[in-house]
Design a protein around this ligand. Structure first.
Ligand code: HEC
Length: 193
């Protein structure tokens, strides 16, 4: 009896582990992953990724989970360490951000964009990446030289990372006509309608 219990416990544990394990790894090279395969990896890692971000209790590392996604899929654009990036916009930002147009108006003060990130290493294992934020602040303050944006990033373990505003803005500032925003790749933008 004892033996039976322990072996079925073992089997249950084995299947649970292997299912999670199998789904969060891939034997396809990162550059060859199809959209469906990327979605599968994201579905697998999402919960753990979010648990890690929120684990230090900073409100924003949890709040963004309730915002609307501005991308249809985490995509690689070659920036942010060539990671898969998934963008979210808060209510203040969403309508304006998702116009994705040069004719777009300025982003309203209080707009926040969030970006989850993960990567796939050479062994095909999913690795958690940082959580990035940009917040539009009132014009003319300390952030004036950074387009009135405040940049922030959290490690996969939820710790606020020491970043230089200048580092982030040195790249984002190049998107002059888009209020310093890079936007998700064209194939992966949600529509604002
Ligand atoms: C080498 C250039 C580069 C650097 C440096 C950089 N970014 Fe980005 N960032 C981009 C590009 C390009 C995008 C849009 C690409 C995408 O979403 O796939 C983007 C998107 C974002 C977004 C989503 C909003 C948007 O622009 O559409 C946030 C939030 C963000 N970055 C935060 C940061 C933070 C915080 C830092 C500094 C720690 C940083 N970025 C550094 C290039 C950069």
């Amino acid at each position: 009896m004892n033996k039976l219990i322990s072996s079925s416990t073992f089997l249950a544990a084995f299947f649970a582990t292997s299912a999670a394990f199998a789904a969060c790894t891939t034997d396809v090279a990162k550059d060859d992953l199809t959209d469906a395969q990327v979605q599968g990896l994201y579905d697998c890692v999402k919960e753990k990724l979010r648990e890690g971000y929120a684990s230090q209790g900073d409100a924003i590392t949890k709040d963004y989970q309730g915002w609307k996604a501005a991308a249809t899929l985490p995509a690689v654009t070659g920036t942010h360490g060539k990671r898969f990036l998934m963008t979210f916009a808060n209510d203040t930002a969403f309508a304006e951000y998702t116009k994705f147009s040069d004719e777009r108006g300025p982003m309203p003060v209080g707009s926040v964009l969030a970006k989850e990130s993960f990567n796939v290493n050479k062994k095909g294992e999913v690795k958690h990446g940082p959580l990035f934020f940009m917040t539009k602040v009132a014009a003319g303050g300390d952030a004036k030289e950074f387009g009135d944006w405040f940049y922030a990033a959290y490690s996969p373990k939820g710790k606020a990372m020491k970043i230089k505003q200048k580092f982030c803005h040195s790249c984002h500032g190049a998107f002059e006509d888009q209020d310093s925003l890079g936007y998700p790749g064209e194939d992966y933008r949600v529509s604002s309608n």
